[in-house]
Design a binder for this molecule. Structure first.
Ligand code: CMC
Length: 431
């Protein structure tokens, strides 16, 4: 029993004493496991009050607008670090020394290629297939290639799988795009950083020598990767943990996370947001859309606004906003109509009492879409880029769970509201 407890009076008159656990940061947590033995379950749709695991990786304080990876504030990492270092940090718990960093980058580079046989998968897809559909399939299919390292109880196997995922997902992501536009696949270039190499695999042509992206765009890409790398127990990460809890292999578990991320309420919001900005089209149409977003009878929501946890501001959005200005400045696109609509929508929504009262602020996806669009990345690739960045968070969380000494399969219960037990009726006697 812990020092702190909570008492719960049950309808049968019993009083249950529940342990209250104190985290290193954040709110106390009531351990409700004993309720099941007392004959009750908890009911919490959307898991708004439910902690499903213990984790040392990422901390969010929604009220303060704080996001920490292994204790380090996201703003400091976005300004001073890079994606490879953040990946090391998330996976290993500490920032690397110079030697550890070089060794880690070399290991990632060792795995950037995908098996040539994988290329033939792509031909099975229509050219206009959504790249997320291809991602779910091809990342899941990685499990068909690496039988040598699928022992989930072996920490070395888990580490190799983590490296393979972090290294190969960018290659697969770029292949999705190249396939859709009918351009040849570009092999990874291990002399480049992960962000630069991703742009290289997306946009360079075998017919052009020495292709190099602008360093400002590489930095913006890298920041997008860093800011999306992990986000505590969100829907896709929880999906990865749930899939992994059954003992599924890491490639299958990550593919399930990609599937979950695809939805517009989660990672699909960046694509939905840009489509919305384009649909609004002109600043003079904004009031009409804001009115619709406030109308209870209209399902329309302002995409890129609001967050389940952040109720003050999304710290990722602040950094992303800065990057958006830098990129648009560099590309001379400040007068781009989509960006103008974005800035005006942001201004109006931040002043509108509906959004202010409900604490609906622009989230990370509001600005990331604007940046990706300016870089020339097609809208349907936005969520793929989110998946690429989040892969390291997913594998870190999966690895943390798999390393626990006692593991339970995830198995929530329900509030059943269906028919009571009844007898089967033969088809000839049914009304
Ligand atoms: N536009 C208009 N109204 C909104 C919006 C919005 N974007 N978001 C929430 N609301 C309203 C909602 O109608 C509700 O009103 P009421 O209390 O009168 O019923 C209230 O605000 C609370 O909304 P909720 O849906 O109960 O809040 P939630 O915490 O379950 O949902 C959310 C969070 C992110 C799903 C939601 O804000 C949303 O749908 N936003 C748009 C999609 C989006 O941008 N998602 C990306 C999230 S950031 C990237 C990531 O980490 O995945």
């Amino acid at each position: 029993m812990s020092d702190k407890t909570a008492k719960l009076s049950l309808p049968n008159g019993e009083e249950l004493t529940l342990d209250v656990l104190t985290p290193s940061l954040g709110k106390d947590v009531v351990a409700v496991g004993a309720l099941g033995k007392a004959g009750y379950f908890t009911y919490d749709p959307g898991y708004v009050s439910t902690g499903a695991c213990e984790s040392k990786i990422t901390y969010i304080d929604g009220a303060k607008g704080q996001l920490l990876y292994r204790g380090y504030p996201i703003e400091q990492l976005a300004d001073n670090s890079n994606f490879e270092e953040v990946a090391y940090l998330l996976l290993n718990g500490e920032l690397p020394s110079k030697e550890q960093y070089d060794e880690f980058v070399a290991k990632i580079n060792n795995h950037t290629m995908v098996h040539e046989q994988m290329m033939s998968f792509f031909n099975g897809f229509r050219r206009d297939a959504h790249p997320m559909a291809i991602m779910v399939s091809v990342v899941g299919a990685l499990s068909a290639f690496y039988h040598d390292s699928l022992d989930i109880n072996n920490p070395e196997h888990r580490d190799i799988s983590a490296l393979r995922l972090i290294s190969k997902v960018p290659t697969i992501a770029a292949m999705c795009y190249r396939y859709s536009v009918g351009h040849p696949f570009v092999y990874p270039n291990n002399d480049m950083s992960l962000a630069e190499n991703f742009l290289n695999m997306m946009f360079s042509m075998p017919s052009e020598d020495n292709w190099k992206p602008d360093p400002v765009l590489v930095k913006a890409m890298d920041r997008i990767f860093v800011l999306h790398a992990d986000h505590e127990q969100n829907a896709s990460t929880s999906t990865v943990r749930l899939a992994g809890s059954s003992g599924a292999n890491p490639f299958a578990a990550i593919a399930s996370g990609i599937a979950c991320l695809w939805g517009p309420a989660h990672g699909g919001a960046n694509e939905a947001c840009l489509n919305m900005l384009r649909e609004i089209g002109d600043v003079e149409n904004i009031p009409e859309y804001v009115k619709r977003a406030k109308d209870k009878n209209d399902p329309f929501r302002l995409m890129g606004f609001g967050h389940r946890v952040y109720k003050n501001f999304d710290p990722r959005a602040k950094v992303m906003r800065e990057s958006a200005h830098e990129v648009l400045e560099l590309l001379g696109k400040h007068d781009d109509p989509t960006f103008k609509v974005a800035l005006e929508l942001e201004r109006i929504a931040l002043e509108d009492p509906y959004f202010v009262e409900k604490k609906l602020y622009p989230n990370v996806d509001f600005y990331s879409g604007v940046i990706l669009d300016a870089i020339g990345i097609p809208t349907n690739m936005f969520t793929v880029i989110f998946a690429l960045s989040r892969t390291v968070g997913w594998v870190s969380q999966w690895n943390e769970m798999m390393g626990e000494s006692s593991r339970k399969i995830g198995r929530p219960r329900q509030l059943y509201t269906g028919e009571k037990a009844r007898d089967y009726v033969d088809i000839s006697s049914r009304k």
